[in-house]
Design a protein around this ligand. Structure first.
Ligand SMILES: Cc1cc2nc3c(=O)[nH]c(=O)nc-3n(C[C@H](O)[C@H](O)[C@H](O)COP(=O)(O)OP(=O)(O)OC[C@H]3O[C@@H](n4cnc5c(N)ncnc54)[C@H](O)[C@@H]3O)c2cc1C
Ligand SMILES: NC(=O)C1=CN([C@@H]2O[C@H](COP(=O)(O)OP(=O)(O)OC[C@H]3O[C@@H](n4cnc5c(N)ncnc54)[C@H](OP(=O)(O)O)[C@@H]3O)[C@@H](O)[C@H]2O)C=CC1
Length: 485
């Protein structure tokens, strides 16, 4: 391999998503003289724009799909290589790309993201959504659909279910309540009426990014506009029937079987809940069977997946239980001079009691940025400390057209029975939940325009004993912001 190297770069970053691009930006600005390469398969990269630090740990930004040339123009030391990494040779410090070129590195950062786990492979009636192409396919199919089945209970399913219009939706969730990765049953109860009501015509601008799939003008960028549905879809998800939404949630069930109408006709004893002849049928473990036009699975991602890269290359890496590449508090994998950031990695350092990893845009940005800092610092033999952003988990997003802020151990993660909850809820307006442990605030869920995020963030960070305040903490007649100022 050594003699095949076309060029050796000081830093090579693999993957043009948020983590990879942020890492490259950090490296290029911290050491402008360093030779940096970004290896990515597609012509576009994902960049963070309109970055805003909302509070000490909360941040908001837009995600913009840009032609990679924009990045090269910004950083003269940067070379973008348009190909996928095919193999990785950590001993000889080089990578081989799908087009047969070999590049050496002094330090490498793997930012190759994750891929969706489909319930079934190669079934033309089962769609997973991961990227622009799959989102466009979803939209195309939806425009002719009367009924779809959505399986999964995480962020993608929550967004999909809310956004689909003009089509009956059967939503199959494993749990007792919707949105289990973000909410408890109380918050789910607060949100459910939004599925029954019509969507507001002119939805308030969304605080979280989304991007369109429209063709960019030559040399221009794809625009990311305010809105909701998944970031990938430009338009409202309209199905063929222009009627309002009908979402039926099937709780505590999984998919037992997916089969086509030919199979159905061969088994007349099959009990169906529908008389129509649907292209595909889904049998759930609650013994109900639904016919539909297609099934969309939003059942989480597989993390150990480096596109086009043979498993042999990954064999040497220490991998975490969730399949991500293990990284330490300097974003270093188990292989020398190889770092990882974003969805592909699993944080395996001793974590702050108020932080946990979730595969989100914010964390991809923070990890990419911090990995870049560590790579640069190690090259310059400078010390580097774990960044403050890993002190407290924080996320701002939008679900069912409500602003949602999650802080710390917002669902009491890892606290066992040793915690107390305070809840305040005004139907259709706000849901506020505080998680207390030993009288100290360790997490919060804020749904709606509560204006409490900064105060609660401070209370969580300073770990003040709140026992004397008891339930008054959520008394709506007390201006809590003034109170703790
Ligand atoms: C449908 C959907 C909606 C989402 N919505 C939200 C949301 O609203 N808010 C939120 O916070 N998070 C959301 N997420 C999660 C968020 O998208 C991810 O956490 C984040 O994008 C991860 O960034 P990344 O840079 O690690 O990976 P990615 O953005 O996946 O980028 C990986 C990059 O690596 C490249 N690559 C892969 N293999 C190779 C290889 N072998 N060689 C070279 N390049 C390679 C890929 O082409 C890609 O450019 C959503 C995810 C999905 C799937
Ligand atoms: N607005 C936002 O902030 C958004 C964030 N995202 C992020 O993007 C990433 C990907 O999202 P997503 O794919 O929704 O992943 P998530 O991990 O959030 O959710 C996957 C869901 O599918 C369930 N599931 C897994 N396997 C099955 C199965 N066989 N049958 C039925 N249900 C199953 C999981 O249940 P269980 O947990 O019990 O395994 C879980 O509820 C996540 O990190 C998410 O947080 C995505 C969209 C919007």
């Amino acid at each position: 391999m050594e003699n095949k190297k076309e060029k050796t770069f000081q830093f090579v970053v693999m993957g043009g998503g948020i983590a990879g691009v942020t890492c490259v930006e950090q490296l290029s600005s911290q050491i402008p003289s360093a030779d940096v390469a970004l290896i990515t398969a597609g012509p576009h990269i994902k960049a963070v724009t309109n970055y805003k630090q909302v509070s000490r740990t909360l941040e908001e930004f837009d995600v913009e799909e840009q032609p990679s040339s924009v990045l090269e123009e910004k950083f003269p030391n940067l070379t973008i290589i348009h190909s996928a990494v095919k193999s990785l040779h950590t001993k000889s410090h080089c990578v081989e790309t799908a087009d047969g070129r070999v590049f050496g590195y002094k330090k490498l950062c793997i930012c190759s993201g994750a891929r969706p786990k489909l319930l079934t492979q190669d079934n033309p009636y089962v769609l997973g959504i991961r990227d622009t192409d799959s989102a466009q396919e979803f939209q195309k199919r939806l425009s002719k659909a009367k009924r779809i089945v959505i399986v999964g209970n995480g962020g993608i399913a929550l967004e999909l279910v809310y956004e689909v219009e003009g089509c009956e939706v059967i939503w199959a969730v494993k749990d007792k309540a919707i949105g289990n990765t973000f909410f408890d049953a109380g918050a789910a109860q607060f949100l459910i009426p939004s599925l029954e009501a019509d969507k507001p015509q002119a939805a308030a601008p969304c605080k979280r990014p989304r991007y369109t799939t429209e063709e960019a003008a030559p040399g221009g960028s794809h625009t990311f506009t305010a809105g909701s549905v998944f970031s990938f879809l430009p338009l409202t998800l309209l199905a063929c029937a222009q009627v309002s939404r009908r979402v039926s949630v099937e709780y505590q069930c999984e998919v037992e079987k997916i089969f086509t109408s030919e199979v159905l006709h061969k088994s007349p004893q099959q009990t169906l809940r529908t008389e129509c002849d649907w292209p595909v049928y889904v049998r759930l473990t609650n013994a109900k069977t639904f016919g539909c036009d297609f099934v969309s699975t939003a059942t989480t991602l597989i993390y150990l997946y480096v596109l086009h890269l043979s498993l042999f290359c990954l064999f040497f890496f220490v991998v975490a239980d969730d399949g991500g590449l293990q990284v330490d508090d300097h974003m270093m994998t188990s292989e020398p001079d190889v770092y990882a950031a974003g969805d592909v990695c699993t944080a395996c350092w001793e974590q702050s009691p108020l932080w946990q990893q979730m595969r989100l845009w914010t964390q991809a940005r923070q990890m990419g940025w911090y990995a870049g800092r560590c790579m640069a610092a190690h090259s310059l033999s400078e010390p580097v400390e774990l960044d403050f952003c890993f002190e407290l988990f924080s996320h701002i997003t939008k679900f069912f057209n409500y602003k949602v802020v999650l802080l710390g151990k917002f669902n009491g993660q890892g606290l066992g029975p040793d915690h107390e909850l305070l809840v305040r809820c005004t139907k259709g307006q706000e849901y506020v939940k505080v998680v207390l442990s030993g009288g100290r605030m360790v997490g919060a869920v804020l749904i709606g325009e509560t204006d409490l995020e900064e105060t609660f963030e401070n209370l969580i960070l300073n770990q003040m004993d709140l026992t004397p305040y008891g339930e008054e903490l959520l008394n709506p007649d007390i201006d809590i912001e003034d109170y703790f100022d």
